[in-house]
Design a protein around this ligand. Structure first.
Ligand code: ADP
Length: 617
């Protein structure tokens, strides 16, 4: 749906009804028995008010007209009245019971569908703010909109039945009064539709700001940001920003609510005037003895019932139109085409067993929405058993190289070949299964150590021996055994009993996770972020040792660690500037020579300093 102007015309509203078949399928699939039961109960609920009026009328008129001495007749009518009242109560309670259960099931199902959809999205989708807004809208509306539609439909059915039956009831007395009472609310219908459209746009435009407020909440409530929030004392500043967004929402809400109030007052007063006129006519007819007192009571109630129900009916229709527009957003999110190649490959795509070789052939790539090339004409061949290090300044394209290999992006120029075959011809899941990677921004799962390592190959997550083996490879086996509940110890601080770790320990766990997978390509992207030089060298040595017959890519800022790699690739501005052993690069690549010496000198100075401290100490 195109939402670039501030009004929704009838066409849009009608179009939004095209989602109904899918919506009803959703209800049907959520719980068939509940769905049918609620629908039947709604029909019954619709007829109940008029039956109630009829019972009151019958009772009062029987009392008034029955001769003294025939009390049995009154008792019989009273018994009917009691049975009817109990029946009404039971119907209400059962409806409430099924309604609650059905709503929970529907909400759960929709939440699952939305999360399931997010799971199929690709990296590109996640970095697209429009998709993020769509997701936010879908998430926000999930809980209640579809169910509201269902309720509104039921309410419309109930109201229509109530209004029609009340009119039939009143018809015997005065048909034109009945007619006035139902025609009147439709005048206000169009005005309310207009306000509802405005309301829809207000919510529609909130998605971006809602995400901002969510982010501010996240910064204020999560441990990762907490230290900086405290040290820079930005808590109040963030709160003020949050408040500003919330106040903005409030003033928009107030504007709409005020308009609604004014309109409700205006149309409400006109409606009431008609109701009182109709009641006046009933009073007059009773006074003239044209109708009995029981009929007087029930006609007055019927007039009020028609007025309130037809007003409710109008609001239900307006709300339904509005909910429909939101539902359209939900379904359009669920229909978003994923950019993740996993979901785009044909079934006939080649299943990759093992990576024997990787070849980049003149690969260039710029991120979606950007013009600069993050990789430029990169050509490189890696064979089984190769262990290379990629070095270069920040932003030189090292991580991008890895992301393309992991098929997080596909719109690159040139070719990437695996075992001589274009990467795009492979089944993406099978390619990813062959890669064990530790990214710069690796995850710290607030879950037990078993899950933190086992996620590397979740099918074997419950095999303790394999978990310890992976921990051993990452150098944390002793640490794992010393934990209070060994590998079943909860990690992190989010949940009770969590064991907090240092950055370096988390990183080693991420490495264990990568090693838990029986891959043929292992990637470590900048482990230096959380490791001291000694630990990084240790990780690097282990990495080289463990990968005897596999391909290993080690990305680092620390030239002093990577100098031991068989082959070093030096990248700059997205290009491979030089490739070779440390010695070759020192001789042939002045930039590498300069950067290496810069770091080596600083280590030497530090070493000197610490030596001095030891001597002085
Ligand atoms: P390195 O890993 O060497 O530090 P990257 O590969 O992360 O460098 O980045 C290469 C270039 O691509 C940089 O200019 C960076 O700003 C840009 N870049 C990285 N990630 C994204 C992204 N998701 N969207 C847009 N540009 C990006």
């Amino acid at each position: 749906m195109q939402l670039n102007n501030q009004s929704i015309d009838l066409k849009n509203i009608l179009h939004s009804f095209s989602y109904w078949p899918r919506l009803f399928c959703l209800f049907w699939n959520t719980h068939k028995v509940y769905f049918i039961s609620i629908t039947i109960l709604s029909f019954i609920q619709g007829i109940l008010p008029v039956l109630s009026l009829y019972m009151t009328q019958l009772l009062v008129n029987t009392i008034v007209t029955t001769d003294t001495g025939v009390f049995d007749e009154i008792l019989f009518v009273f018994l009917l009245f009691i049975i009817f009242t109990i029946f009404k109560e039971v119907v209400n309670l059962i409806t409430e019971y099924i309604d609650g259960l059905f709503q929970t099931l529907l909400t759960n199902k929709l939440n699952f569908m939305i999360l399931d959809k997010s799971n199929t999205l690709g990296q590109e989708d996640f970095e697209n703010s429009e998709v993020q807004d769509q997701l936010k809208r879908a998430q926000q509306e999930t809980g209640y909109r579809p169910y509201q539609i269902f309720q509104q439909i039921l309410s419309i059915i109930t109201s229509v039945i109530t209004v029609i039956s009340s009119i039939v009831f009143l018809f015997y007395w005065n048909w034109w009064v009945a007619l006035i009472l139902i025609v009147l609310p439709s005048f206000s219908f169009l005005s309310f539709i207009k306000i509802s459209n405005k309301e829809f746009f207000v919510f529609w435009n909130r998605a971006g700001r809602n995400r901002q407020s969510w982010y501010l909440t996240h910064l204020l409530t999560h441990d990762k940001a907490f230290k900086e929030v405290k040290i820079y004392n930005i808590g109040r500043l963030l709160l003020d920003q949050y408040n500003k967004i919330m106040n903005g929402f409030y003033s928009e809400d107030k504007q709409i609510a005020t308009r609604r109030l004014k309109m409700s007052l205006f149309f409400g007063l006109i409606n009431l005037a008609c109701v009182f006129f109709a009641i006046y006519l009933v009073i007059r007819d009773t006074y003239l003895k044209q109708i009995l007192i029981g009929s007087f009571i029930s006609y007055v109630q019927a007039i009020i019932l028609i007025q309130t129900t037809s007003e409710r009916l109008m609001h239900s229709v307006i709300n339904l139109c509005q909910h429909n527009l939101f539902i359209e957003q939900l379904f359009s999110y669920l229909e978003t085409k994923s950019n993740d190649p996993v979901y785009r490959r044909p079934d006939s795509a080649i299943k990759l067993e093992v990576i024997e070789s990787i070849e980049f052939k003149n690969v260039s790539f710029s991120y979606p929405g950007t013009e600069n090339y993050a990789l430029k004409n990169v050509s490189l061949i890696l064979e089984k058993g190769d262990k290379i290090a990629i070095v270069g300044k920040n932003g030189s394209g090292k991580s991008t190289f890895i992301k393309l290999l992991c098929q997080l992006y596909e719109n690159y120029e040139g070719e990437i070949l695996i075992n001589g075959i274009n990467l795009k011809l492979y089944d993406t899941a099978s390619v990813r299964e062959n890669i064990g990677a530790v990214f710069q921004d690796f995850m710290q799962y607030e879950m037990p150590l078993r899950a933190n390592i086992g996620f590397g190959n979740f099918k074997h997550m419950h095999e303790d021996e394999l978990i310890y083996k992976a921990a051993e490879k990452a150098g944390i086996a002793a640490f794992a055994k010393a934990l209070p509940n060994k590998i079943d110890t909860q990690l992190g601080k989010w949940f009770p009993g969590g064991f907090q770790l240092s950055g370096g320990q988390w990183q080693k766990i991420a490495i264990a996770r990568a090693f838990f997978r029986d891959a043929s390509l292992y990637i470590l992207d900048e482990p230096s972020a959380a490791l001291d030089p000694e630990s990084e060298k240790e990780v690097f040595d282990k990495f080289i040792q463990l990968l005897d017959n596999k391909i290993g890519i080690f990305i680092s800022h620390r030239y002093t660690t990577t100098k031991f790699a068989e082959r070093i690739i030096y990248m700059e501005d997205g290009e491979i500037k030089a490739m070779g052993s440390h010695q070759e690069l020192m001789e042939d690549c002045p930039d590498y020579y300069y950067l290496y010496n810069l770091q080596a000198d600083s280590y030497t100075d530090n070493d000197l300093l610490s030596t001095k401290n030891v001597v002085n100490g």
